[in-house]
Design a protein around this ligand. Structure first.
Ligand SMILES: Nc1ncnc2c1ncn2[C@@H]1O[C@H](COP(=O)(O)OP(=O)(O)OP(=O)(O)O)[C@@H](O)[C@H]1O
Ligand SMILES: [Mg+2]
Length: 411
């Protein structure tokens, strides 16, 4: 336990654990320090969850919290139950959990069996404890989890770096537009794992496959959910990475992989719960059930696309731009009728056409949506073009992707 908490002696978090760049989410989490609820940090592997915890611990120390009132534990190390951990801490540091203001950081909490009930007990018994928990799989998969901790926990999602964060971490936020454009191309190819910055294309491919995907597939999914058929899951990732934005047709994927439809659906949901893919549904229920069930799927980071494709051509780069924007907006919907719109964001149609010249036919989906739902504004995300088009239905703003992603506010 003492090894996990070097600040008990040194009074500060060791520099190598801290990293000087603070993600946007850091500020939301710092705000939540004042709140009673437990804060959970969830997200894809290697996005920086543990680092965030250490940065929060350093902030507490900077704000003169008593150093031994901060406990960090990582459940990669096996402990049977939370009682053991808390008792050890209480005795070792002579803490009175009822009266001392203590901060407890529990990392990889999904590895603690029945963690929700265990946490609930401490949360209810000791109102002065502030909990932060973190995990790389969705901690709220079972609806029971939600019920157990209802009103007690708040989820904070950590995504791979956004383009804004990518620029910040490289100290490149306010470059002239030609340079920002080039930085955006670089971002699409490198993706948002903080660790890959400065690495070569081949190194990034190897990193994504061995450090991120293998861990999720062969450790998290296989062990935590008891799935043996890891090869099929790997193939699913490859299929999705090769066709970002593809329509999800469980039946035809099942046929292609010679598996049954139910397993494919289960595996896709596990990939979703592991934050590896992002699934979008069709906006507004149509009467046709086949349309209602339509879904599209994207990898959550463009580096996953690069990892599985030898040939990064114009078309794929367009799909990568689309992937970056879908993930950045956290939108849950596209729209398909006679035409299509890539994203519906707060009831506004956003179409991505990452190419040099926008043609009249490129805006037909956005127009159809505007007409159908009486919406006056649409957005078309482009590679270079920036202008406004007036149409019968209202106006459509053409915005280059790098500008759009530099000004979009985090939701
Ligand atoms: N703010 C940051 N600035 C620079 N690098 C960072 C930052 N956050 C994370 N990293 C890099 O990313 C790596 C992964 O970070 P971290 O271990 O915090 O992620 P994690 O989400 O806890 O991963 P895992 O799921 O494997 O536990 C770190 O080793 C570090 O190199
Ligand atoms: Mg971690």
């Amino acid at each position: 336990m003492e090894e996990f908490n070097p600040w008990w002696f040194a009074g500060k978090v060791p520099a190598e654990l801290l990293h000087k760049y603070r993600r946007k989410l850091f500020y939301d989490l710092a705000e939540s320090l004042k709140k009673r609820y437990a804060a959970s940090i969830v997200g894809l592997r290697r996005t920086g969850k543990t680092t965030l915890m250490f940065q929060l611990i350093q902030k507490l120390l900077d704000d003169s919290a008593e150093k031994t009132n901060i406990l960090y534990f990582n459940f990669d190390e096996f402990v049977e139950n939370l009682d053991d951990l808390m008792d050890t801490y209480r005795e070792l540091k002579s803490k009175d959990l009822r009266n001392d203001k203590v901060y407890i950081f529990l990392d990889e909490i999904q590895k603690l069996s029945d963690w929700t009930n265990q946490l609930k007990k401490y949360y209810d018994l000791y109102p002065k404890i502030k909990f932060f928990v973190s995990g790389s799989e969705s901690l709220f998969i079972a609806s029971k989890t939600k019920e157990t901790l209802a009103g007690r926990i708040n989820e904070f999602r950590l995504n791979p770096l956004s383009f804004e964060e990518y620029a910040e971490i490289k100290d490149a936020e306010n470059l002239p537009s030609a340079k920002m454009k080039a930085l955006f191309s670089e971002y699409l190819e490198n993706g948002g794992f903080p660790e890959v910055i400065g690495k070569s294309r081949q190194e990034i491919k190897d990193y994504v496959k061995s450090v991120v995907l293998d861990k999720i597939i062969f450790k998290d999914i296989a062990v935590l959910f008891g799935i043996k058929d890891t090869e099929t899951i790997r193939q699913l990732v490859e299929i999705i990475a090769s066709n970002p934005g593809m329509y999800l047709d469980y039946q035809s994927i099942a046929k292609q992989l010679d598996k049954d439809r139910r397993s494919i659906k289960t595996y896709i949901m596990l990939l979703n719960d592991s934050f590896l893919i992002k699934i979008l549904g069709n906006y507004r229920k149509s009467k046709l059930s086949s349309i209602r069930k339509l879904k599209r799927v994207y990898p959550v980071d463009t580096s996953i696309i690069v990892a599985f494709n030898q040939n990064i051509d114009e078309k794929l780069i367009g799909q990568m731009a689309e992937t970056a924007i879908v993930n950045r907006l956290h939108s849950n919907n596209f729209w398909k009728n006679s035409h299509e719109v890539d994203i519906i964001y707060e009831d506004m149609p956003i179409e991505i056409k990452y190419k040099r010249k926008i043609l009249g036919s490129d805006i037909s989906g956005v127009r159809e949506f505007m007409r159908k739902f009486s919406v006056k504004k649409g957005i078309m995300i482009t590679k270079d073009e920036e202008r406004k088009i007036s149409v019968e239905e209202g106006s459509i703003s053409l915005i280059p992707a790098w500008i759009f992603l530099s000004v979009t506010k985090e939701k």
